[in-house]
Design a protein around this ligand. Sequence first.
Ligand SMILES: [Zn+2]
Length: 88
Amino acid sequence: MTRYSRLRLEALEACKWRGHRMSRFKKLYNTRSKVVGYAVCLDEECYSQVTIDIHPLPNGIEIGGRAVACNCPARNEWRYKDEEDNLE
Ligand SMILES: [Zn+2]
């Protein structure tokens, strides 16, 4: 498994946990020294994105973007409902 595909799976898992339904990953840059990919949430009121960078700068991050930081507004209620079920 390449570094890119490992980061892609890790990012998708985090986005799924946030309730997003993500598009396929596309590569923004694909050069020897830099490979950057991104995907967006397919929900019309969301469109949050996630970006992965296999060689981030020293002050950069490998996985970033709104989709891994914020819950999807379209599916928030479902997730909160699940959490309430777990508490009982
Ligand atoms: Zn979303």
